[in-house]
Structure formats: structure tokens, C-alpha cells
Design a binder for this molecule. Structure first.
Ligand SMILES: NC(=O)c1ccc[n+]([C@@H]2O[C@H](COP(=O)([O-])OP(=O)(O)OC[C@H]3O[C@@H](n4cnc5c(N)ncnc54)[C@H](OP(=O)(O)O)[C@@H]3O)[C@@H](O)[C@H]2O)c1
Length: 320
């Protein structure tokens, strides 16, 4: 008999990758959860074979209904949607955490559930003794603590995913995307509030790796339930990422470090959130002080299966 994975965020980056990985997998059906079954992405998923179901992370009853009979749930929340629609960073975190708790509560009440895969992030606040709080990380991590304390049965079925920085941000995150300085004879610059030598965990192609890892996490429940898994097959410096961008595009590049204040004055609240994340990241030399001990090799992921930062940029060259 086939199994079903319900994918929250299936019309987006992480969930889209998970939905497409399971649509290709023998013995699996995909239930794609969206607020708008009529969107282009929802229609595309339906045409690819997904059952597209309407539910909203603000509405627990709709989630309970959408999870009926499923075996696995993949869940992601979107901090940035709250931030970019007028909420402050802390208000955005509170709203994100409320949605994440509704998702977890609905999953915990689903008797058919075998495995819950929750896309979280590490607690910057806890890892730096309160010195470098980062709302889009910290509020997710608080939900992890709450699942462990308030929903222990769900915790026993949960894998906590930690996604690194998407290479795809170089194409579609305006404050990360390099741009040509007019009159500079073809110099493309990236202006960020962190050192070129600072490191960041990088996720591999966001359209591929969440699906690939979730497939293997679900295939190895004895290894992954109750555990953290990092999706950061590479750890790169900002300088190295821009160098590889230059190699892919054939452009001359320059990296310019600015202060958090200057970055925020240009990009507003979204710029401050990123500057805070980078300040937290600078405290670590090898990633984000992750709690994960499970490697991609433990999961049985082969090196030719995950597109590296450079391969991802190659595949989206027309959008750079
Ligand atoms: N950018 C990075 O480098 C990076 C790295 C690590 C982690 N992250 C985290 O990734 C998260 C965003 O994930 P993503 O990149 O996959 O987002 P995305 O591509 O923007 O997609 C967001 C998805 O969330 C769904 N969604 C939003 N609100 C919903 C609600 N109330 N009920 C049901 N579904 C809802 C949307 O579905 P519909 O619109 O169809 O309803 C959509 O499918 C953020 O929280 C961010 O902190 C980002």
C-alpha cells in the first residue's frame, strides 16, 4: 500500500523540493498544502501528480483536516512574509512560532502520523549567551524546545532540519544579489555587512537538497527520529561564494563590507535581520554550532546527488 506525505509550503522553495522528490518516489503520494489552490505553483503541482489541498497554518482545524490519513508531514514556516508585511522582527517571530505550534499540534493529533519533519534553525540567542539574537532563527528554535517539552510523543517522531544559506539567494534575494556599478567598466559588486572571510553553511540547490535529505531521513527513521539534521553540505566564506559567482558569470567582482547600520539604512528591517544573522555567524568558524551529528554519508546521500553552490549558480545562470 502506498504512503502519503503532506507537504506544507509545497508551492515554495523548500516544500516544492520535498514535494517533487516524493512525487518521483515509488510507493508515495504527495498532498501539497497551500492557502491558494488556484495559484500557478499549486496548479503545476497538481499537473505533476500531487493532491493539492487548501489549509492555512493560522487555522489549526484546517491543518487537522489536511493531515487526515497521512504518514509523514514536512513543515516549514515563513518568517519573511510577516516581516515584509509590516510586522516588526519580534512580532514576525511570534507569528511564525504560533503557526509552527499549530502545525505541530495538528501533526501530534494525527493518529496515522509516523514521521514529522520540521524545518527549523538554530537558536542564535542560546548559542551566544544572549549576545547575538536573530529573530528568524530564535523563534523557530523556541518551537523545537516547546515540541520537546509539551509534545514528547511528537518529538519522538520528529526530525529537526537546519537549512543553510540558499545559493539561490544570489538570484532572488535583492540584498544579496550582486549588481553592476554604473560607469565602473563592468564591475559587479556585492555589498554585505560581514567580512569576506566569514563562513556560512550553504544548503546546495534549494530546489533539490530539502527533497533529497527528507527522502533519506524518512527512509532511515531509526537514525533520524528525535534528531537534528543539517542541510549544509558546504561551508563557504562570502569571499569564496562571490569568487565562484564571478567564475560562473565571467564577471569581474568586488566584495564590499559595510556596517550593519549602513546596510540597514538601505534595506530597512530586512537588512537589519540579515546583518544580525551575519553577526551571529561571525562567532563561528565552522558553521552555526549545530546540534546535528548526522552526516549526509550517514543518510546515504551520494556526492553526485546534491548540486554544490557553484553547480546551482551554473543551473540558474540566466537569473543571475
Ligand atoms: N533564504 C535562506 O537562505 C534560508 C535559509 C534557511 C532557512 N530559511 C527559512 O526558510 C523559510 C521560508 O521557506 P521557503 O524559502 O521555502 O519559503 P517560500 O519559497 O517563500 O515559500 C513559502 C511557502 O510557505 C507557504 N505558507 C506561507 N504562509 C502559510 C500559511 N499561513 N499557511 C500555509 N502555508 C503557508 C506558502 O504557501 P502558499 O503561499 O501557497 O499558501 C509557500 O509555499 C523562512 O522561514 C526562512 O527563515 C531561509
Amino acid at each position: 500500500m502506498s504512503k502519503t506525505i503532506a507537504v506544507v509550503g509545497a508551492t515554495g522553495a523548500q516544500g516544492g523540493s520535498v514535494a517533487r522528490a516524493f512525487l518521483k518516489l515509488d510507493g508515495w503520494k504527495v498532498r501539497a498544502i497551500t492557502r491558494n489552490t488556484g495559484s500557478d505553483n499549486a496548479k503545476k503541482l497538481a499537473s505533476e501528480g500531487a493532491e493539492v489541498v487548501s489549509a492555512n497554518a493560522d487555522d489549526e482545524a484546517s491543518l487537522l483536516k489536511a493531515f487526515e490519513g497521512i504518514n509523514v508531514v514536512f513543515a516549514v514556516t515563513n518568517f519573511w512574509e510577516h516581516l515584509f508585511t509590516g510586522s516588526s522582527p519580534d512580532e514576525s517571530g511570534v507569528k511564525e512560532a504560533e503557526q509552527a505550534k499549530k502545525l505541530a499540534r495538528a501533526a501530534s493529533q494525527t493518529s496515522s502520523l509516523e514521521h514529522y519533519v520540521w524545518s527549523t534553525l538554530p537558536s542564535a540567542k542560546a548559542l551566544t549567551n544572549g549576545k547575538f539574537p536573530v529573530p528568524h532563527l530564535d523563534y523557530k528554535a523556541e518551537v523545537d524546545d516547546w515540541i520537546r517539552s509539551d509534545l514528547p510523543d511528537l518529538h519522538a517522531k520528529t526530525t529537526y532540519l537546519i537549512l543553510g544559506f540558499y545559493p539561490n539567494n544570489f538570484a532572488n534575494f535583492p540584498n544579496v544579489k550582486p549588481f553592476e556599478i554604473p560607469g565602473s567598466w563592468g564591475k559587479w559588486v556585492q555589498i554585505l555587512p560581514t567580512s569576506a572571510s566569514a563562513v556560512i553553511p550553504v544548503s546546495g540547490d534549494i530546489n533539490i537538497t530539502p527533497g533529497l535529505y527528507t527522502r533519506q531521513i524518512v527512509a532511515k527513521p531509526e537514525l533520524t527520529k528525535g534528531k537534528y539534521v543539517d542541510i549544509s553540505p558546504e561551508i563557504l566564506t562570502f569571499g569564496e561564494m562571490l569568487k565562484q559567482y564571478g567564475e560562473v558569470t565571467g564577471r569581474q567582482t568586488a566584495y564590499i563590507q559595510v556596517s550593519a547600520e549602513d546596510f540597514t539604512s538601505v534595506w530597512g528591517v530586512g537588512g537589519k535581520e540579515m546583518a544580525d544573522q551575519f553577526a551571529f555567524g561571525e562567532q563561528f568558524k565552522d558553521g552555526w554550532g549545530s546540534a546535528s551529528s548526522i552526516t549526509k554519508e550517514d543518510l546515504g546521500i551520494k556526492d553526485d546527488e546534491w548540486p554544490s553552490f557553484k553547480q546551482t549558480l551554473e543551473s540558474m545562470k540566466d537569473q543571475l
